[in-house]
Write a protein that binds this ligand. Structure first.
Ligand SMILES: [Zn+2]
Length: 244
């Protein structure tokens, strides 16, 4: 049976493809969260004392950005929590997005001081714009943190100097995305979490190009801003019967 799903127009596809290819990848294939390897000189991993809040130390890396700049998912995944603490700035949130390494390690990435319309359980695609930089009184930037596992408890962004030897499970996020390998996303996981029925199985050749994923005998093309099972084209590149 020929199967073809078309949920977006060609014009939208072209516009999105153009934007995706402008986004830089890390040496191991993650997407840089602000789209560029130029992270700037704001407070880095475990920063404290000079240049940081007195008595506190930093559980992530602050990446230079301007209000309204897009923030990108570093890999496929799903929104695991939305943190609304006022510490992120008025109207801002921190998205905690669940991703996987190639060895199966699950981790949460914190994208803080952003404005986002995403909710708990939403699926994201590598390179998808998941929000924009919000206004922050101490200087607009993206707070970027990584914590292996799925612990969403505070502290999320900074911690007291009295516990400097305990980064609360967080790791150096820049080291993580430049030395670790992105995982093959188990789409059945994220589909189940979202309550959908469009499970497509385990991808066997995820290119991490941001657009094309190959699954067994068919190719699925996902789109920025879409959700799995709603905005994709599936076709069979091998025998042409279109049957996944
Ligand atoms: Zn920060």
């Amino acid at each position: 049976m020929h199967r073809l799903l078309l949920c977006l127009t060609a014009a939208v596809i072209l516009a999105i493809a153009t934007s995706v290819y402008a986004i830089a990848n890390t040496p191991t294939g993650f997407v840089y969260p602000t789209g560029t390897a130029a992270l700037g000189g704001y407070a880095g991993w475990l920063a404290h004392e000079d240049g940081y809040f007195p008595g506190l130390y930093h559980l992530g890396k602050d990446i230079d950005a301007n209000e309204g700049d897009p923030v990108y998912a570093i890999d496929d995944g799903d929104v695991y929590a939305v943190n609304n603490s006022s510490a992120w700035g008025q109207g801002n949130v921190a998205l905690l997005v669940r991703h996987k390494l190639s060895d199966g390690t699950v981790f949460l990435t914190i994208y803080g001081h952003i404005v986002s319309s995403l909710s708990d359980g939403d699926n994201v695609v590598a390179g998808e714009a998941i929000g924009v930089i919000g206004h922050y009184v101490n200087g607009d930037h993206l707070h970027f943190g990584i914590r292996p596992g799925t612990n969403t408890s505070a502290p999320l962004g900074r911690n007291g100097m009295g516990e400097y030897d305990d980064p609360k499970g967080f790791v150096d996020p820049v080291d993580w995305i430049t030395t670790r390998n992105p995982g093959t996303t188990l789409f059945s996981d994220v589909v189940t979490r979202n309550g959908g029925t469009a499970a497509v199985g385990t991808p066997n050749a995820n290119s991490h190009s941001g657009l094309i994923y190959a699954y067994g005998t068919y190719v699925r093309q996902d789109f920025v801003g879409g959700t799995f099972g709603h905005c994709c084209i599936m076709y069979d590149p091998r025998n042409g019967d279109g049957n996944p």
